[in-house]
Design a protein. Structure first.
Length: 353
């Protein structure tokens, strides 16, 4: 059977829908393609946002910590050399010297002040330098005083037993001043802090003084006891004058001296404590001093100690002794210290005769 032309055409080109499909494809090759649509921007990553928030928070905490330390150190800093300091409620018929020693310990370890020498790094007192040295100088002088009380004034005679409260106070005041709740040099376990030990020493002194007032503890108001105590104080001041002289000789003339203020304020604390204790001892031994004719020398000694204790330069400098613009505050302090020591020696000679 012969094919018709239309059949041949239909067989060669295929059905009409197929032709339209191929035509659309061929036409698409020559048509300009539309640019693909820009996808929307993804939302900001949550992790990045949290990282920025945490960074800002940590930065704010650092700023607050720095402000807390700086402002806190300014507030905490207090070198109290009040010459009129006295016990709030002295015990009648007791020792005024022992009473002022206990009151001074309580003031520096938790009364109107706080003990700064053992402050850890996260407390403002850690930044301080002069106040810790001053406080430790006070405690050192009081430890010498309690030792003399136990060896001399607080004993009926040389062969008698040392008073237990005085013995306890002496040991506690020799505890290092820089111990916080831990002393990693000896143990990882918590330990007694310096200020808690010193407050215990103050309680022991008050216990002893109450027994003195009741007449059950010795407080020997004899010239030989006072003589021995004065001699020991003079020896201690002589030792400290040697520390001052050695540092002046080794470091004088330097514009920046980071140790000069440490020595100055440690000495200042020692002189201030001796001033208060010796002024009170003069009242305890007023009869002995007057009988020996040493009242004027005693008063001059106490005044020199007060002048030395009240020195407070804005910046402690260790210049040459003949410098015009750079003074030497250690030398000035040492002058008053040696004058007081000389008068202590004079007192000892008068009491010895």
């Amino acid at each position: 059977m012969s094919r018709q032309p239309d059949d041949i055409f239909q067989e060669d080109l295929g059905p009409a829908p197929a032709r339209r499909g191929w035509a659309a494809r061929l036409g698409g090759l020559f048509r300009r393609r539309a640019a693909p649509a820009t996808p929307p921007a993804p939302p900001p990553a949550t992790g990045r946002r949290w990282s920025r928030t945490i960074g800002l928070g940590l930065g704010g905490l650092v700023v607050l910590f720095v402000l807390y330390m700086a402002v806190g150190a300014f507030i905490v800093h207090d070198i109290d050399d009040d010459p009129d300091f006295a016990a709030a409620a002295p015990v009648a018929n007791a020792s005024q010297a022992v009473e002022i020693a206990a009151a001074l310990i309580e003031r520096e370890t938790g009364g109107s002040h706080g003990w700064t020498a053992n402050d850890p790094f996260f407390m403002p007192g850690w930044l301080l330098d002069n106040m810790p040295n001053y406080q430790q100088g006070i405690i050192y002088a009081l430890s010498r005083f309690t030792a003399e009380m136990g060896d001399q004034i607080g004993r009926s005679r040389g062969s008698s037993q040392v008073d237990p409260d005085l013995d306890r106070a002496t040991g506690l005041l020799r505890y290092p001043g820089t111990i916080w709740l831990f002393d990693l040099n000896t143990s990882w376990a918590p330990t007694a802090s310096s200020d808690s030990q010193y407050r215990a020493a103050a309680r022991a002194l008050r216990s002893y003084n109450e027994r003195v007032a009741a007449g059950t503890a010795p407080f020997e108001r004899r010239a030989d006891n006072l003589l021995q105590t004065i001699d020991r104080f003079a020896a201690d001041l002589g030792s400290q004058s040697s520390v001052i002289a050695d540092h002046i000789e080794a470091s004088r003339g330097w514009l920046i001296d980071t140790q000069a203020d440490d020595i100055f304020y440690a000495t200042k604390g020692r002189l201030y404590a001796y001033f208060l204790v010796l002024r009170a001892l003069g009242r305890d031994f007023d009869g002995v001093i007057a009988q020996s004719g040493a009242t004027k020398i005693w008063d001059e000694m106490v005044d020199n100690l007060r002048e030395a204790a009240e020195l407070r330069p804005l910046v402690v400098m260790n210049g040459r002794a003949d410098a015009m613009f750079q003074p030497n505050h250690l030398a000035v302090q040492g002058f008053f210290l040696l004058r007081a020591r000389t008068q202590m020696r004079e007192l000892a000679n008068v009491l010895r005769n």
